[in-house]
Design a protein around this ligand. Structure first.
Ligand code: UTP
Length: 408
């Protein structure tokens, strides 16, 4: 793309201010800016003007959940099916680690955070240790794909190198990077991070499969015979990955996707609730829960939307290829966005000052015909680290680790 085309693209989306400093830039900076303009989806920016109308919901109804007692009854059978699939190389794991982890308040990738008290215990290390339990049980390595972003790729990859992959077999680890999306003020004008660079942030965790395709990872997966992908979040330090019983249950019930869920600890807990939407599997976000949904009861008198997702899904790879071309809903989130002010001086805001644009993995569930919500014991498998203190924090996760006999 040349200058004129870049100019025309910006003009089309009302973003000509991006070229404000163009004449003062060095040759290298000019090139970098033009390249960024070429590769950035500017169309999303206009969406914030009608963001309330963006994602209309269909009719929400309860979904059947496979609960703990049923799982216990079939544990042996499901585990055997899962272990067979793992040993046959049909199961891969995808670690979503492209997020910014802003709530934790560290500029480093979330996974390098040390939650140890008497020794070093990094978040990445906890995840690898959990995955190693299954590697030992199956006596087979599980391919691990790690999604990073422009903001944390180098730091993540070099951390794994330095730590010798915490004992994991590096031949089975593949890194890929997610795309970035522009970040704007409340009027949809993209912020400038530098005079030669628009402000961007990772485009949400929903783009993971498209990014895998773009990076050639999907070709590799197809060749190696991986049929199932267990996608999971970086921040749950008790996350069970490639859990054989979960894998077996999803396969045995012929489900397009399995979703690990926990019993919510309150109707208004801040987790997405698994449900049906217009008869298809879906997730209703906590901020979308109406009083009516919170009070609804099932036939047993239990809350009808009582199970929350924990960002641990098992997708069938060929279904992902089928839905890859479909556009997922866009979520517009208020964030603190560092930028240059009108005088070209850098500003690091203390409170939210604009929008970032994201697609979410949970919206992929609705694209599929069937889903197995699979209950797990909350205190054994769910210790998310979102904040430094309080709910879902380093403190609460440490407590849960100790409860599970994990030395910190
Ligand atoms: P969160 O929704 O907690 O976002 O991510 P975050 O960016 O890590 O944290 P905050 O909101 O800035 O504090 C849930 C999971 O999705 C991944 C995260 O790394 C985490 O595993 N994620 C999130 C991505 O991989 N990419 C993204 O663009 C966003």
């Amino acid at each position: 793309m040349g200058y004129q085309e870049a100019h025309d693209k910006l003009e089309k989306f009302g973003q000509l201010h991006v070229l404000k400093y163009y004449d003062d830039l060095s040759g290298y900076e000019k090139e970098a800016l033009i390249e960024q303009i070429e590769n950035t989806d500017l169309e999303v920016l206009s969406q914030c003007r009608h963001k309330e109308e963006l994602n209309p919901r269909g009719q929400i109804t309860p979904i059947e959940v496979m609960q703990l007692t049923e799982i216990e009854d079939k544990r042996e059978e499901y585990t055997a099916i899962g272990l067979d699939a793992i040993r046959a190389g049909k199961v891969g794991a995808v670690l979503l680690a492209g997020g910014m982890g802003t709530r934790l308040g560290s500029d480093a990738p979330k996974g390098v955070y040390n939650i140890g008290l008497t020794k070093e215990v990094f978040i990445f290390q906890r995840l690898i240790e959990n995955l190693m339990d299954v590697v030992r049980q199956a006596d087979a390595w599980i391919p691990l794909y790690i999604m990073t972003s422009d903001k944390n790729h180098e730091a993540t990859a070099s951390f794994f190198e330095d730590k010798h992959y915490f004992g994991y077999n590096a031949d089975y680890v593949t890194f890929f990077m997610q795309d970035m999306a522009p970040a704007s003020d409340y009027d949809g004008k993209v912020y400038m991070e530098e005079k030669w660079k628009m402000s961007t942030s990772p485009n949400g965790n929903g783009g993971w499969f498209l990014s895998m395709m773009k990076w050639g990872v999907v070709d590799k997966i197809r060749k190696s015979g991986v049929e199932w992908l267990n996608v999971f979040a970086v921040d749950n330090v008790l996350q069970r990955i490639a859990d054989p019983c979960f894998v077996g249950a999803t396969i045995a019930t012929n489900s397009a996707v399995g979703a690990k869920v926990v019993k919510k600890n309150a109707p208004d807990e801040k987790v997405g609730a698994i449900c049906l939407e217009d008869g298809r599997p879906s997730i209703v976000e906590y901020y979308e829960m109406t009083d009516e949904l919170m009070e609804a009861k099932d036939a047993q008198g239990e809350p009808a939307y009582n199970f929350g997702v924990i960002l641990n899904y098992l997708f069938r790879e060929k279904d992902l290829e089928e839905i890859a071309a479909r556009k997922l809903p866009l979520h517009i989130v208020e964030k603190k966005i560092p930028h240059l002010d009108d005088n070209g001086m850098p500003v690091k805001p203390e409170s939210p000052n604009g929008y970032k644009f994201e697609q979410l993995v949970l919206d992929m569930i609705h694209e599929l015909d069937s889903c197995l919500p699979y209950e797990v014991v909350r205190n054994h498998e769910f210790a998310p680290i979102k904040n430094k203190t309080g709910i879902d924090s380093v403190e609460s996760a440490r407590k849960l680790c100790e409860e599970n006999g994990i030395e910190l």
